[in-house]
Design a protein around this ligand. Structure first.
Ligand SMILES: Cc1cc2nc3c(=O)[nH]c(=O)nc-3n(C[C@H](O)[C@H](O)[C@H](O)COP(=O)(O)OP(=O)(O)OC[C@H]3O[C@@H](n4cnc5c(N)ncnc54)[C@H](O)[C@@H]3O)c2cc1C
Length: 286
């Protein structure tokens, strides 16, 4: 097994693309090392991306934020500007594991591990985040929901690395929120989760919305009909009821010891409702 720590994206992409055997990218390692130690994978090449110039930085531009692929979730929690504009994304990142795990783990690793229960992904999907991908064929940008294609699978081609997650600058009167249900108080995997992101007009009416559900299908669900339940309304009881009903209906969960299908459907509606209420008040709605 070969371990390398390239200093540039070009080198990292070249090494990955040219590797004859199996290769893995190492960010925080909180998924990769667990899988290696468990004997599930044994990559021939490990490409540690943490020394690549700029990957450990959160950059603020006129367009929004660029969160480098090696930025830890702990660092995201320390960015006052990111927390102010995207509190839901940051609260999702800060739910991953424990303080120790957050000191290492990244939202890009969370996305590329492609667990249906990954905490940061519904918040990122609701936020309309994009992944900036660099590969042998050049650069491309895709919606984050296009990255995971099923449990443990992604749409990334050989040699491709996500360089950063891009979040737009917020319009005035915008808010987002993320909630998950776990049977314990922390250090557990979401049984159901919901991310909501919305923007209000001057009268407090929802102008635009995105609603995403986690752990209720093989990949995170972006539920357009749930967003439609909110758009054009203040967040009254009728809108919240319709949101919950649509979200419960959109779920395609599995039945396991952590939650039945019926339970997951019910909780998806409850969490979407609560996340929408928080997002609405963060946007200044009353
Ligand atoms: C104790 C513990 C508790 C946990 N709790 C939670 C939890 O509450 N919620 C949750 O969602 N997850 C949890 N996890 C899982 C894990 O911490 C997260 O998924 C984390 O965000 C992974 O990030 P990482 O940087 O450590 O990824 P890594 O392990 O470094 O990588 C994960 C996968 O992504 C790929 N990858 C990494 N970076 C890139 C890149 N830039 N481009 C392309 N592919 C890349 C890797 O090759 C690998 O396949 C937990 C893990 C542990 C060990």
């Amino acid at each position: 097994m070969r371990y390398i720590r390239p200093l540039s994206m070009e080198d990292a992409v070249g090494q990955l693309a040219g590797s004859p055997g199996t290769a893995a990218i190492l960010a925080g390692g909180s998924d990769l090392l667990v899988r290696m130690k468990g004997g599930f994978i044994e990559p021939d090449l490990i490409v540690d991306i943490k020394a690549i110039d700029g990957l450990g930085e959160i950059r603020e531009t006129a367009e929004g934020f660029s969160i480098g692929a090696a930025v830890s979730c702990a660092l995201m929690g320390e960015s006052a500007a990111l927390k102010r504009e995207w509190p839901g994304v940051v609260e999702a990142a800060k739910l991953i594991g424990s303080k120790q795990v957050q000191g290492r783990c990244t939202i890009v690793g969370n996305l590329c591990n492609a667990s249906p229960a990954a905490d940061s992904v519904p918040a990122l999907v609701a936020a309309g985040a994009r992944a900036l991908i660099v590969g042998p064929g050049g650069r491309r940008t895709v919606a984050v929901e296009a990255v995971p294609t099923g449990p443990g699978k992604t749409s990334l081609a050989k040699g491709e690395i996500i360089e950063a997650i891009l979040l737009d600058r917020r319009a005035p009167r915008s808010g987002d929120a993320y909630l998950r249900f776990i049977p314990r108080t922390e250090m557990d995997i979401a049984v159901v989760s919901a991310g909501v992101n919305l923007t209000l007009d001057e009268q407090g009416v929802v102008k635009s919305a995105r609603v995403a559900l986690g752990a209720v299908a093989p990949t995170v669900l972006l539920v357009d009909e749930a967003a439609e339940a909110l758009i054009g309304r203040k967040l009254d009881e009728a809108a919240l009821e319709r949101l919950a009903m649509v979200c419960s209906g959109a779920c395609r969960p599995i039945d396991d010891k952590r939650g039945t299908v019926e339970f997951r459907r019910k909780v998806a509606g409850v969490l979407a409702r609560r996340a929408a209420t928080t997002a609405y008040s963060r946007a200044g709605g009353k």
